[in-house]
Design a protein around this ligand. Structure first.
Ligand code: GDP
Ligand code: IMO
Ligand code: MG
Length: 431
């Protein structure tokens, strides 16, 4: 199929980067369409580890072009770092293989400072953001005072836009939050320089995607964050500031919905969350710590320990509905190898009432107690298994239940971080 969208189904870090890298082997173009450097997508090539915050995860494949769509908020400092690191590892990043939409908004230093100051001010109600300036940058986009990539590469426009925005931002930083202001000259010099370095990469990404699809080339859309972090459909206010679900792929890249064919939902075999907010299947005791230790569940962007819990099938059913997921990649199944029993939530109770549907509204009503279905663990290592049939019967039972509950097939099972630890089930070409 010529187009495939990868979306996270939980609270992020499901292994999107690994799966995108895997599928990008067959892709002609990989597009990021939302979020920014709050994302941390990890890829292993042999023993070598890469974590991408802004560059699409197809960049490691020589024949693959990667694009940053208009829906992304781009931090040039982090992008330049990523490009330099890759070049140090012998990969080439040039205007030939990286295209950046002129319409993407730029994360400025004042966005990052405001992200911190706003979180400090909120104290109890804080979101636990990545402090990468994501929320404040999207705020400016909506308020129509943002700076776009097209402004960055035109000194006159940059000067005008920056003067206007900075006056407002400095007022906010100093008068409301008591923080340190920025000077126009230092920001202008630094960002005009980024503009000069990025100029050759600027390209009409929407045109490129549609042209590729017209010519039957394969386009992969790489979501960042996940369904329950979506600004509309997530567990608001503990969410990120972009549309992480399928709608974001459309508005964040300039492609029509009917051109999106396969929607691949990435599902971690249990659940994690970084930052604050509700989490019905969270395991705060020994079992949660055991998952965290086995899996090394620490944030790829911030290093924070991830909160761990059992799989929440109601939440996944919701993600299937919102995104129109056509198949699932089940990742990190090997993390459960040593467990005697494994739980998955198939319902909640709220003050004695039974609940069978997930919704952010229901989650806000009070403390939901999960109703678990318990599965027998397989208690053997699966990291070297290469075919679905060779997975232990107990693991296949767990997968079959997920498929039946969601009425969606599991097309990929991931049993380790490496490329060769990926089982693509027969009959699924995906891209
Ligand atoms: P993303 O943000 O969705 O791309 O996910 P992250 O990269 O933040 O976190 C996923 C982590 O799980 C990374 O460290 C991956 O290397 C790792 N990973 C991905 N798939 C598997 C798997 O099947 N098994 C194991 N053990 N680790 C995996
Ligand atoms: P990937 O793409 C996990 C979380 C933050 C915080 C909330 C808001 O690697 O799955 P923000 O900085 O976006 O304003 O923070 O969203 N968050 C993520 N959690 N994975 C991510 O990305 C995340 N990006 C943001 O921890 O709770
Ligand atoms: Mg991540």
């Amino acid at each position: 199929m010529p187009s495939l969208v990868v979306v996270g189904t939980q609270w992020g870090d499901e292994g999107k980067g690994k799966i995108v890298d895997q599928l990008a082997e067959r892709a002609d173009l990989v597009v990021r369409f939302q979020g920014g450097a709050n994302a941390g997508h990890t890829i292993y090539v042999g023993e070598e580890k890469f974590v991408f915050h802004l560059l699409p995860s197809g960049i490691l494949h020589e024949k693959c072009i990667v694009a940053i769509g208009n829906g992304v908020v781009l931090d040039p400092e982090i992008l330049m770092d990523e490009i330099n690191t890759l070049e140090d590892h012998g990969f080439s990043v040039s205007p030939e293989n990286l295209k950046i939409s002129p319409l993407a908004h730029v994360v400025m230093p004042y966005h990052k400072r405001l992200d911190e100051l706003q979180e400090m001010r909120k104290s109890e109600g804080k979101v636990g953001t990545t402090k990468r300036g994501i929320g404040p940058c999207y705020e400016d986009k909506m308020a129509r005072i943002g700076i776009r990539v097209m402004d960055l590469i035109d000194e006159e426009r940059l000067s005008k836009r920056l003067r206007y925005a900075l006056e407002l931002k400095n007022d906010l930083i100093t008068k409301i939050y008591g923080g340190e202001p920025f000077t126009y000259d230092e920001l202008f010099e630094e960002y005009a320089d980024y503009g000069r370095r990025l100029d050759d990469f600027v390209y009409d990404v929407s045109y490129l995607i549609n042209d590729f699809l017209d010519n039957n080339k394969k386009v992969l859309f790489e979501g960042a964050q996940a369904t329950c972090l979506d600004i509309d459909f997530g567990t608001y206010p503990f969410v990120t500031s972009s549309s992480t679900t399928i709608g974001g792929a459309i508005t964040g890249s300039g492609v029509a919905p009917k051109r999106l064919e396969e929607i691949l939902g990435i599902v971690k075999a249990y659940t994690t969350r970084v930052g604050e907010g509700m989490f019905p299947t969270e395991l705060t005791g020994e079992i949660g710590q055991r998952i965290r230790d086995i899996a090394g569940e620490y944030g790829a962007s911030t290093g924070r320990p991830r909160r761990c819990g059992w799989l929440d099938l109601l939440m996944l059913k919701y993600a299937v509905r919102i995104n129109g997921i056509t198949s699932i990649a089940l990742t990190r199944l090997d993390v459960l190898d040593s467990f005697e029993t494994i739980n998955a939530a198939t319902g909640y109770t709220l003050e004695g009432a039974e609940i069978e549907e997930f919704s952010p509204f229901i989650l806000s009503l009070g403390e939901l107690k999960p109703v678990f279905r318990t599965f027998k663990g397989w208690q053997k290592g699966i990291t070297e298994v290469t075919t679905y049939e060779d997975l232990p019967e107990e693991a296949r039972t767990y997968i079959a239940f997920i498929e039946e509950y969601l009425n969606v097939p599991v097309s990929i099972v991931s049993v380790g971080p490496r490329r060769d630890q990926t089982i693509i089930r027969p009959g699924y070409t995906l891209l």
